[in-house]
Design a protein. Structure first.
Length: 179
């Protein structure tokens, strides 16, 4: 997806989050921040790969920041490695109750700065299999991200290795283009 396609889908995504009842309330802002609705001054591309058999997905994104204030905010969040007290929260939408938990992982990559998280969810009390993992690397004025969901029973160490390998490939591409 290119930047125009992403921008066109943002109002729907924002509306969905606004319809959710998120507790504790302070986490509604945190969840909303993760969606980053303001992409003005950001050149972005996203690719999503689905495994039809397992329903696992891997997404890749690259964002080039023309707006250094936005880049500074992302950099600060990554440096602080702070979930803002939202390592555990719940969401309700259309009668469905979802409990979510997240944690910051110890990770490094070839990027200038690396930030990794994992999350798990329960829907109406039943654990959603696989969870998700995300790793973001900052390279100059660019943010590169790899996310994997529905990862099955793979260990955290295996997922971090896979994420790091994938992120390092993307970081190498960004560095090569920047030369």
């Amino acid at each position: 997806m290119d930047g125009d396609t992403i921008a066109a889908s943002l109002p729907q995504a924002k509306k969905l989050i606004e319809q959710m009842e998120i507790k504790p309330e302070k986490c509604a802002e945190f969840v909303s921040q993760q969606g980053s609705w303001d992409i003005e001054g950001i050149n972005m591309a996203v690719a999503v790969l689905m495994d039809e058999a397992t329903m696992a997905s891997t997404s890749y994104s690259v964002a080039g920041y023309e707006d250094t204030a936005k880049l500074d905010k992302i950099t600060e969040q990554a440096k602080n490695k702070d979930l803002q007290g939202c390592d555990s929260f719940s969401m309700a939408v259309s009668g469905q109750e979802v409990e979510a938990s997240a944690k910051i992982l110890d990770a490094s990559s070839d990027a200038d700065l690396t930030y990794a998280t994992s999350s798990a969810m329960k829907m109406n009390g039943t654990e959603v299999p696989g969870g998700s993992y995300q790793m973001q690397g900052l390279v100059g004025n660019n943010a590169v991200s790899v996310a994997m969901t529905g990862t099955g029973s793979k260990s955290e160490a295996d997922m971090l290795k896979k994420l790091t390998d994938e992120l390092n490939k993307a970081v190498a591409e960004v560095k090569a283009v920047a030369k």
